[in-house]
Structures are given as C-alpha cells and as structure tokens.
Design a protein around this ligand. Structure first.
Ligand code: SF4
Length: 418
C-alpha cells in the first residue's frame, strides 16, 4: 500500500468512526461460483461492548463536504486535513483487506462533495464494481446521501446489503439549529422510497420467478444523542415512528462527542453520554422484542430515562401494581415484562411449565437473573420479596446487589487502523 493511500486511510477511517449506523447482521447473500466472500454463517459479527461494529472496513469516500453541520467533524468550516479516495482505490482496499482476512465487508459513507447525486453516484459505483467486476459477495453497507435521486437509491439497493439514511438529530427543530443546510424531508423521502421498493419487490417475489435482490439487510438510521437537548421521550418516540413508518431494521444511537467550540453544542471536554446511549439501546430492544410502546417507557411525566437502572426495571418500579406476576400462570407478554427475564428465558418458562410448576431454583437454572426477578414474581414455594416496600427501596436493594457493566464505560470508540 502506498504512503498516500495509507495517509488517506488514516484520515478517512478516522472521520468515519463517528458513524455508528453499521451492522452486518440480517443479510443472507450467498457466495456464487468462484466468487469472493459470503455474508452468511462465515461472518463473525464483532461488536464493541457499547454496540459498535468493528468487522467492516469503515471509511468515508471523502471528508470534503459542502455542508456545515455543527456536530460533524467533516463540516466545511472545520480546519482539518482533507482527503478523497477514488472509486478504484476503495475497491482495491476492500478486496485487499478482505483477502487478508482483516474485514468481512465494507461500510462506506461520505461527505457531500459537489452535490448529493454526484456523491451518491460514486458510492454506488464502488459497490457496483465490487459486485460486478470483482465478484465480491461480502457485506456492503452504503450510506445514502440525503437528497440523492431515486434511480441512484434503486441502484444502490441492488448492490448493497444494507442502506442507511442518517436522521442525525432526533427532532426537526434540533436539525434546523445545528444543520441549517439540511432538511428533514431530504432524509425521510429516501427512507420512504426504500421502504416502498422493499415492499414492492417482496410482493413481486410471491408471483415472479426472478426478482432482483434489493438491500436484503434492509435500511437503518443513526441519531446523535446529547447534541441538541432532546429528551429521551422525543428520541424514543422518533425511533418508534421510524420503525413503524419505514420498517427500519435498526435505529442506532451515537452519544455526541464534543468536537467544536460552538455555543449551540455541549462544550469541548463535556462527557460523552455513553450510559444514556446504552439505556437507549436497551429501550430499543423493549420496543422491538418485548412489546413495549414508547409511551410506556417515557412520557410527559417521565421524559428522561433513569440512568441508574435499565429501562425495563425502571418501568417495573413505576408500575408495581402490575406485580407480582405468577410465572406459572401469566401470559408470555406479562412474563416478558418481569425484570431479569429475557426473551429466550420467557419462552423457556412457557415451554417448561407445561410439565411442572417452576420453582426459584429452576428459574435460576434457566438463566434468569433472580436477584432482580425476585422482587416481581411468585413461583412454586416463593412469594414476591419486599412486596410492601416502596419503589425507591426496591431500587436500592437491586442496585446494591448488582453492578451495571455500563457504569464503568469510559472507553472511546475502537480505532480500526492505527
Ligand atoms: S452533510 Fe454529512 S458529512 Fe457533511 S457536514 Fe453534514 S453530517 Fe458532516
């Protein structure tokens, strides 16, 4: 690798690390005869503890940008080293790293140079060359550029496994304040187009023999947390709306890293809200897998998540009247609401109790966190602990007996290349 390419890689991988919207899950593109790569079982999806994916070559095509979003290191007014890869350079790097087993795919984003279409065209070209000329069947995640036209989005969907349109700031007013050049419509329009195409091609698949593979891992988005003063309620309601309206596969949250002296933003040196970011990810699971509505977790009365405890426990403490839940009788949706019981354990309970009434020891053996669950359940030979205590007292008991792995996270994002 030439020194110039190395230098570009350093600059453009560093600039890309702020984008957390990449994940290689959910695609099943298979290797074809004599092709290179496979997004199936052979891929190990590696995530950092705070949810960031590290198994992809994650770079920007360029960090030149015509826009000036206050929260972005790439903004045009920032005095930084700039660089741009050619399409062929990104293709060569991807193949090179893939062959050396450094990566399992490519995550490619970009600053906007010249125009949205001009930039998007080049992103698409990278993916097209990888697929059509290099026969590359590894994972490709492309960032779509807000404002790019539908034909380019369609082409992107033919070559990429996943596309993401970053919403960046959870509210329209926050976006106006921090990124006056951008508008929300340019972000929502491509999401709507991609959803409509995904649904249409899925329908066609039912009747037609040959339907092109179109962004098989779906679309995702990213929201920056803590840059613009939104409450958790605003963030979580926005996420729920995006899931429902655009069938997103994932909403990613990225705690704002203070990078500029700008009185619209938290000062340089302010802590990155990593615990809050993790609580939002936990909430995301509640929305997607546990049957919670956003309004149950956060609302006008509770606009902020309790950072001391996970959001499911927070909900349970505020709703003690729902408990105790009898694990030997309750429906699945109620069992899923018991702190300490995950989705897999809830299903195990439903299956096992057909044969025997479950006791505490059996629950423990199923992997249930009984140190939390015991305040909310009854089971064979066991009555809810401290049922006469207040929410605050139970919370203290639980916190004393457990150590959140998130409390100690002060680490920065991992660096792919040093
Ligand atoms: S358009 Fe994207 S790359 Fe450009 S400044 Fe805004 S967030 Fe950064």
């Amino acid at each position: 690798m030439s020194d110039r390419i190395k230098e570009k890689l350093e600059i453009l991988a560093d600039a890309a690390k702020y984008d957390v919207s990449c994940s290689s899950s959910g695609s099943n593109r298979k290797n074809k005869a004599r092709g290179l790569g496979d997004t199936g079982a052979g891929i190990c999806h590696t995530y950092t503890e705070d949810g960031r994916c590290v198994s992809l070559l994650k770079i920007l095509l360029t960090n030149f940008c015509i826009y000036d979003c206050a929260y972005c290191v790439t903004r045009k007014s920032n005095d930084i080293k700039r660089a741009a890869f050619t399409v062929q350079e990104v293709v060569d790097l991807t193949i090179n790293f893939y062959r050396r087993n450094y990566i399992e795919g490519l995550f490619l984003s970009s600053g906007i140079f010249k125009s949205a279409d001009y930039t998007m065209e080049r992103l698409v070209l990278v993916a097209k060359k990888l697929r059509m000329e290099c026969n590359f069947n590894g994972y490709i995640h492309l960032k779509t550029i807000p404002g790019a036209n539908d034909e380019l989005l369609y082409e992107a969907g033919l070559y990429a496994d996943r596309l993401s349109v970053n919403i960046e700031i959870p509210t329209e007013s926050g976006l106006k304040l921090l990124a006056p050049d951008k508008n929300r419509r340019d972000m929502l329009q491509p999401m709507g187009y991609l959803k409509q195409k995904i649904v249409q091609l899925k329908e066609e698949k039912k009747t037609l023999k040959k339907v092109p593979l179109f962004t098989p891992a779906g679309q995702s988005t990213q929201m920056i947390i803590g840059a613009s003063g939104e409450t958790d309620a605003q963030i979580i309601h926005t996420a729920q709306h995006l899931y429902r309206k655009f069938y997103l596969k994932r909403v990613y949250y990225s705690g704002y890293v203070p990078i500029s002296n700008d009185n619209r933003l938290p000062a340089i040196g302010a802590a990155v809200p990593l615990v809050r970011e993790n609580r939002l990810y936990q909430t995301d699971w509640l929305l997607r897998f546990y049957g919670f509505e956003a309004g149950e977790i956060v609302n006008e009365r509770y606009p902020l998540l309790d950072l001391d405890v996970d959001p499911k426990l927070g909900w349970a403490l505020r709703n003690l009247a729902v408990f105790p839940i009898d694990v030997n009788r309750a429906d699945l949706h109620l069992i899923l609401r018991i702190p300490g019981i995950g989705v897999a354990s809830a299903h195990k309970i439903i299956a096992a109790r057909k044969f025997t009434a479950l006791n505490m020891e059996q629950l423990r053996e199923m992997g249930i966190a009984v140190n939390r669950a015991k305040y909310f359940i009854v089971c064979k030979g066991f009555k809810q602990l401290n049922s006469d205590r207040s929410e605050e007292v139970i919370k203290q008991y639980i916190m004393q007996s457990s150590h959140s792995k998130y409390q100690k996270i002060h680490n920065k994002q991992l660096i792919l290349f040093s």
